[in-house]
Every structure is written in structure tokens, then in C-alpha cells.
Design a protein around this ligand. Structure first.
Ligand code: GDP
Ligand code: IMO
Ligand code: MG
Length: 438
């Protein structure tokens, strides 16, 4: 029996590259979607015939009838956020039964994680990351500290009670001492989370087993990355990162599918660049053009509504993302946002202390020393929103794609020219390589 094919979708920038939309397009043929990292800090937008869905924990395949969706062990899982999301999907007429599974090994986010994060973000002397305030970082801290609660434990009422009592005692003391926070009530928390656990139970599985079985049965899997390469805990702009392995390696550890079963890594990049929250951003455009990108690209956080910082494609970072993730295909999204421009600045290299370098700084402060070397690419100054084939794209747009390919060594397999499922250009080589239908 031939194993099913697999592909990882990974953000090549600082998140919000349009991963949700691209996962949705791939579910034309892929039959399983598995999230491997992050939590409800993610906001993945899928637009189908003008109807907009923003998914946070639930994988993008939920909107494709027949597709199986898995929330992997690498995810930090907020039961209340999950139930809210599921209720909203049901309300919108989406089926969420027997096609959505949560790993019994995923870590659970509890209210004291948010309390600790809020305290830390506002404490004097601490670096303010500009987090999404979802308790993501403290939940991963507890995981690595080997004192977390996993979904399997959430379903065990005796264990849940003991865990909440002990954890609340400890966290209340720490939060009071460090941040003067109000204590949380363990009894109330237990009542709320044990009630939630009953609703969660039908979704819980050994998803590593489920996924490996699916592969053995010849089913294909998309691993849906959250966040992006530059937000990865190891490889991103530390400490201005999230707390998970957002890069492609996380797909294996975050689901229990071995690295040897991963066929392809697809990096998603905008035709420009954005970042939300604090931290380095070498190509940030703090001028009228940056404001223009924000307006045209509607660059406001899908989850928090915060305005996203905007700037230009950063080829040194795209090459870095290519190296770290093993990107063989790139998907370029939001090309239409550049439709009005006659000239597009692209950062082609870095100079640090007057010397050109291909090394990306390890220290956040190292980015302050970067001088970006720009090249101005010709714009096309015409709408691409209705274009459906690569050949129909204006010549300057095709040249822009060819330049990105040349500079990154990855092939551009797909181009997105609008939020809708239909506003997508699939290149025949990509369709063939991934076994996608036209
Ligand atoms: P994700 O987190 O990577 O899934 O991306 P988000 O959903 O947070 O942000 C991407 C935003 O861009 C969403 O509002 C999408 O609907 C929108 N979008 C995706 N692709 C395109 C595109 O090609 N053109 C335009 N104009 N919008 C797009
Ligand atoms: P998707 O999956 C963009 C950013 C936050 C903050 C930093 C740490 O939609 O691309 P956290 O709450 O994770 O501890 O915040 O990471 N961040 C994202 N930025 N897209 C995301 O997800 C993000 N998830 C987290 O803004 O700077
Ligand atoms: Mg997003």
C-alpha cells in the first residue's frame, strides 16, 4: 500500500501570510488537515463566495465537506475558545461532527496562563512582546516545565480538580508576588472546565495514531502551520516571537507524524510583508506607502484587530525561511494589493557594519544595525484580481515572480490575487507535483 502524500504549509514571514486561504485551496484534493503548533493566537481567514470565516483553533479543512481535521499535540488548546469557535461554525451551518479531532496529548490553556501573561506583559523591566493575550506563552512554559495539563487529563475529573487546585495555589502566589494580580478561584475554575471537558470529550483521540493510520490508508495530509518562520521560538526574532515551533520541523513533533513522512514544504509569503506586535522588521515602511499598503491590504489583525505593521519583501529573510523550513514551493499572496504601484521596492540584501552579509542576526538588537539594500522592480499598475492563469498576469507581475524565484531558489507554485477561494492562480507544475486538480 502506498503512503498518502503530505505537505506542510508554513508562514515564511511573521504570520498572516494567507495560510488559511491556501490550506482551503489545497483541500480540493488533500483529505486531512492537521494543525501542529500555536493556539487561538492564530487567525486564519478563509473566504468562500464572499462568505468570510476566521478560524483560530479549528483547521481550514472544516469548510470542505469530507475533509478530516486534526488539532495536533503541538497545539496549546483553550477548551472555552474551542467550544466558542465550534458553536459559531455550527451556527454558520458548518458540520463539526466526526470530522474534527483533538489530540489527547495537546496542552490545555487555563485562566492562570492569561493572568501570568498579562502580568508579565505589563510588568516594569520586562520586554513587552505585544502578545495576543491568549495565555500561549505561559501554557508552553508549563508544558516544557513538565507541569502542564494535557487534554487527556482534562477529561479525568479527579486529576483535573487536583491539578487546578495545586496550580491555582502556586500561580496565585507567584502572580500576587510579582504582579500584584487578583487571585483566581479554583472551585469556579474546576466547575467551568469540568463542564467544558464533557463537551470536548467526543472530539478527543490519539491523533498521532489517527494520522499515521490515514497515511497508511493512502490519505493525503496538509499540515497547517500557524504564525510564521520569524515568530518561531528558535529561529525567529527572539524574544519577539511566539512560544512554539512554527517552522516546518514542528509539523513532525507537533503531530506525531515522522519527518520521514513529510514530502513537501510550501512557504507562504505576501507580495509585501507585515508584522503585528513588537520586534525587528528591517523592511518596515513607516511612510505614506506603508500606510497605503495597510489600507489596500486591510492589514488589521484577524484576532485582535490591531493594525499590522507593513513593509516590503525581504529576500534575505525569505532565503532564511527557505533554509530553515526546506521550502521547495512558494505561494505568493495578496499580489493584488500592489496592483496600483508603478514601482515596487524589494530588499535584495543586508549590509551590517558596511559589509554585505547573508547571515540573519541572532540578537534582536542585531537588526538595528541592518542596512537594507533595495532594488526597485517595475509595477504593473493594472488589476490582477480576475486573473486566473499565470500567462494572463501582466508582464511586470510575472517578472516580479521570476525575480523572487531566482533570488530564493524556490518555485512559485501558486499566486493569490484576492481573498476568495476562486482568486487563485495555480501553476501547472505545482498542480502536477501535488496531484491537485485544475
Ligand atoms: P493567515 O493567518 O496566514 O491565515 O492569514 P490571515 O487570515 O490572518 O490574513 C490574511 C488576510 O488577507 C485575510 O484577511 C485574507 O482574507 C486576506 N487575503 C488572503 N489572500 C489574499 C489575496 O490574495 N488578496 C487580498 N486582497 N487579500 C487576501
Ligand atoms: P497566524 O497563524 C501574526 C504574534 C503576536 C506577538 C507574538 C507573540 O494568524 O499567522 P503570542 O500571543 O503568540 O505569545 O504573541 O506573536 N503572533 C502572530 N502574528 N499572526 C499570527 O498567527 C500570530 N500569532 C502570534 O502578535 O507579536
Ligand atoms: Mg492570521
Amino acid at each position: 500500500m502506498k503512503r498518502g502524500k503530505t505537505a506542510v504549509i508554513v508562514g515564511a514571514q511573521w504570520g498572516d501570510e494567507g495560510k488559511g486561504k491556501i490550506v482551503d485551496v489545497l483541500t480540493q484534493t488533500f483529505s486531512v488537515v492537521a494543525r501542529y503548533a500555536g493556539g487561538h493566537n492564530a487567525g486564519h481567514t478563509v473566504t468562500i463566495q464572499g462568505k468570510r470565516f476566521i478560524l483560530q483553533l479549528v483547521p481550514g479543512g472544516i469548510l470542505r465537506p469530507g475533509c478530516v481535521n486534526v488539532i495536533g499535540n503541538g497545539v496549546v488548546f483553550d477548551p472555552l475558545a474551542f467550544l466558542k469557535e465550534v458553536a459559531a461554525l455550527r451556527e454558520a451551518g458548518v458540520t463539526v461532527d466526526k470530522n474534527l479531532f483533538i489530540s489527547n496529548r495537546a496542552q490545555v490553556i487555563l485562566p492562570y496562563h492569561r493572568m501570568m501573561e498579562l502580568g508579565a506583559e505589563n510588568a516594569p523591566g520586562r520586554v513587552k512582546i505585544g502578545t495576543t493575550s491568549r495565555g500561549i506563552g505561559p501554557a508552553y512554559e508549563d508544558k516544557m516545565g513538565r507541569r502542564g495539563l494535557r487534554v487527556a487529563d482534562l477529561l479525568d475529573p479527579r486529576l483535573l480538580r487536583t491539578h487546578i487546585e495545586n496550580a491555582c495555589r502556586e500561580k496565585n502566589m507567584i502572580a500576587h508576588a510579582l504582579f500584584n494580580s487578583e487571585p483566581l478561584d479554583a472551585d469556579k475554575m474546576f466547575a467551568e472546565y469540568s463542564a467544558a471537558s464533557e463537551k470536548i470529550a467526543p472530539f478527543v483521540r490519539d491523533t498521532a495514531l489517527l494520522l499515521n493510520q490515514a497515511l497508511a490508508d493512502g490519505k493525503s495530509i496538509v499540515f497547517e502551520g500557524a504564525q510564521g518562520t520569524m515568530l518561531d521560538i528558535d529561529h525567529g526574532t527572539y524574544p519577539f516571537v511566539t512560544s512554539s515551533s512554527a517552522t516546518s520541523g514542528g509539523a513532525a513533533t507537533g503531530t506525531g507524524v515522522p519527518p520521514t513522512s513529510i514530502d513537501t514544504v510550501i512557504g507562504i509569503t505576501k507580495a509585501y510583508c507585515t508584522r503585528v506586535g513588537g520586534g525587528p522588521f528591517p523592511t518596515e515602511a513607516l511612510d505614506a506607502q506603508g500606510e497605503d499598503l495597510r489600507k489596500r491590504g486591510n492589514e488589521y489583525g484577524a484576532v485582535t484587530g490591531r493594525p499590522r505593521r507593513t513593509g516590503w519583501v525581504d529576500l534575505p529573510l525569505l532565503r532564511y525561511a527557505g533554509m530553515i523550513n526546506g521550502i521547495s514551493w512558494l505561494v505568493v499572496t495578496k499580489l493584488d494589493v500592489l496592483d496600483h504601484l508603478t514601482e515596487i521596492p524589494v530588499c535584495v540584501g543586508y549590509k551590517i557594519n558596511g559589509k554585505e552579509t547573508s547571515e540573519v542576526p541572532a540578537q534582536a538588537s542585531g537588526y538595528d544595525k541592518i542596512e537594507c539594500l533595495y532594488r526597485k522592480m517595475p509595477g504593473w499598475a493594472t488589476s490582477t484580481q480576475r486573473v486566473r492563469t499565470f500567462e494572463e498576469l501582466p508582464k511586470a507581475a510575472r517578472e516580479y515572480m521570476a525575480f523572487i524565484e531566482h533570488e530564493t531558489g524556490a518555485r512559485v507554485g501558486m499566486i493569490s490575487t484576492g481573498p476568495d477561494r476562486e482568486q487563485t492562480i495555480l501553476r501547472p507544475e505545482f498542480v502536477d507535483a501535488l496531484g491537485l486538480k485544475h
